[in-house]
Ligand binder design. Structure first.
Ligand code: AMP
Ligand code: ZN
Length: 121
């Protein structure tokens, strides 16, 4: 996995399949480079995932390989928050299985609609 080609569609990647619509999702926003859809197992009243359409395994890898695309993801997270009328929200990038990453296609969790605790679990 570590040496997979960054930016190229991965046949066995769930989120690449959401980009191509092979797997259905509730899409809330889409741009030329990104797509945002509701998390299937929401952890807050509003829980949206923002992903680059190109495959990169995690947020830092994305930012290294394609900084403008990383910026697109961050900007779109803000657009989702605005559309969902969230003044406060949490943006999370789980990185590595020990931190809870289960899908190795970079994604921002955008969570809101309730109070948030700190530190996270
Ligand atoms: P992570 O654990 O940070 O890798 O986040 C992956 C997220 O993808 C989890 O919050 C899952 O609930 C979510 N997820 C998994 N499959 C789907 C799907 N088919 N549609 C939408 N969200 C999904
Ligand atoms: Zn992918």
């Amino acid at each position: 996995m570590a040496d997979e080609p960054q930016g190229e569609r991965q046949a066995d990647c769930l989120f690449c399949k959401i980009v191509t619509r092979e797997v259905p999702a509730t899409v809330v926003r889409e741009t030329e480079t990104t797509i945002a859809f509701r998390d299937i197992n929401p952890q807050a009243p509003i829980h949206v995932l923002v992903i680059p359409k190109a495959h990169h395994r995690d947020a830092a890898t994305l930012a290294t390989a394609a900084p403008q695309l990383a910026a697109d993801v961050l900007r779109e997270a803000g657009e989702v928050a605005a559309e969902e009328k969230m003044e406060s929200y949490r943006m999370v990038f789980n990185t590595g299985s020990g931190a809870g990453q289960t899908v190795f296609h970079a994604h921002a969790h955008v969570l809101g609609g309730r109070g948030m605790q700190w530190p996270p679990g």
